[in-house]
Design a protein around this ligand. Structure first.
Ligand SMILES: Nc1nc2c(ncn2[C@@H]2O[C@H](COP(=O)(O)OP(=O)(O)OP(=O)(O)O)[C@@H](O)[C@H]2O)c(=O)[nH]1
Ligand SMILES: [Mg+2]
Length: 387
């Protein structure tokens, strides 16, 4: 089933409300917040402070594609626009905390950085790091990159053994299918051998073939982010219950801004289905931007869309909260029971809300403990000042 057969004959029914006011500033052609609805007024305590947020480091040699990845995934830059990116010369910290679930920072560590420079504070950099993505340019000779990978992993692991190590074998758009597999096998073999030689055989590296010219980079990033979401098993379980009771074939929970899927049911992920869902988000956001009366956000609490494909398949998008959307793929005849699907979706959304609430309560409790630790005699000072 080619991807093109899906396209062209779709019917899109998009639905959203336009009752809020206010025009937000734009970043390029995108509304600030990249199409999100207005911010809900959440208590400040729910957002983790930047230091507390899990950090994803992008590392690798110069010109391997780190900044391009960051720009394409999180800033909606088109792949061609990265062609003339200047080399990064200092660590660029990107706060991806717009979404309640996907709260983390991405640090783009330049390839030219001197790790022996005393200003490079490895303790701080690796200490709060959740995942280290090492980007290898697969179109180039990767021997030097592998030596650097081994050095970085060794250093990082000594400081923080909980880091997830992810290797992006990048720019594979230039390789044939056979070549991709061979390159991955070779890099896997060499890097694990190198680590074993250094006595680090217990360190696990995960490998992903990526390119900014297709959806592989979003898929790979999704898998990295999922490892940092402690609620993942709960979300997966909820999705399994939803699909088995609603005649749905596959369901993804998407972070709309980045098109990262933060969870899916436990059936295997077909790349084409994932691509279709990503395309659907683009279509929905574009339609809302063009026809929506509101200027400050294309995705809000009432966003929903149905796309019928000429393969008797339906894509059904429902908003879960201001950052998350559920996209279901199902057969057209199963959609006859839309009422049932909508009812089950309502239950699913409530359950997700509960997961959020627990997270918020935990964050609030943590903030309170931190405040007490920082100002143990706060009450005493206040009393003293007034007396
Ligand atoms: N073909 C191809 N080119 C890519 C891909 N990703 C990035 N590039 C190109 O690689 C070049 C270098 O990308 P950058 O993102 O600047 O590399 P960097 O790792 O940030 O480099 P430093 O900042 O010097 O460390 C750019 O011309 C990109 O267009 C990819 O997936 N495929
Ligand atoms: Mg760069």
């Amino acid at each position: 089933m080619s991807r093109n057969t899906f396209k062209g004959s779709g019917i899109l029914i998009a639905d959203k409300s336009y009752d809020d006011e206010g025009a937000g500033p734009y970043v390029g052609s995108f509304p600030k917040g990249f199409g999100y609805g207005p911010e809900d007024s959440e208590p400040e305590t729910t957002a983790a402070s930047p230091e507390e947020q899990p950090r994803i480091l992008l590392m690798g040699l110069r010109r391997s594609g780190k900044s391009s990845i960051q720009k394409v995934v999180f800033h909606k830059v088109s792949p061609n626009e990265t062609l003339f990116l200047e080399s990064t010369n200092k660590i660029v910290k990107d706060d991806v905390s717009n979404s309640s679930f996907v709260q983390f920072q991405v640090w783009d560590v330049p390839g030219q950085i001197d790790f022996f420079d005393p200003t490079f504070d490895s303790e701080t950099i690796f200490g709060g790091c959740g995942a280290l993505i090492f980007v290898i340019d697969a179109q180039d000779d990767y021997i030097e990159a592998l030596a650097r990978l081994q050095m970085e992993v060794t250093r990082a692991y000594k400081i923080n053994p909980n880091i997830k190590f992810e290797v992006f074998i990048h720019k594979v758009d230039g390789l044939s299918d056979d070549n991709k597999i061979e390159t991955q096998r070779d890099i896997h073999q060499r890097s694990t051998d190198d680590l074993a030689e250094a006595g680090m055989e217990n360190v696990h590296l995960s490998f992903h073939l990526t390119s900014i010219y297709d959806h592989s980079i979003f898929e790979a990033f999704s898998k990295v982010v999922q490892k940092l979401i402690p609620q993942l098993p709960v979300l997966e379980n909820l999705l399994n219950i939803l699909i088995s009771n609603s005649g749905i074939e596959k369901a993804f929970l998407f972070d709309v801004m980045s098109k990262i899927y933060i969870a899916t049911d436990s059936s295997p992920v077909d790349m084409q289905c994932y691509e279709l869902c990503c395309d659907m988000i683009d279509v929905v956001i574009d339609m809302s931007c063009i026809y929506g009366a509101r200027d400050d956000g294309a995705f809000d609490g009432d966003s929903s869309a149905i796309i019928k494909l000429n393969t008797n398949t339906i894509l059904y998008l429902r908003e879960v909260n201001r950052h998350l959307a559920l996209i279901c793929i199902l057969r057209e005849d199963s959609f006859d029971k839309q009422g049932l699907i909508d009812y089950n979706f309502g239950c699913f959304r409530k359950a997700i809300q509960q997961v959020f609430d627990i997270k918020k309560q935990a964050a609030a409790a943590r903030a309170k403990t931190n405040a007490t630790r920082a100002f143990p005699h706060a009450n005493g000072i206040a009393e003293g000042a007034t007396s």
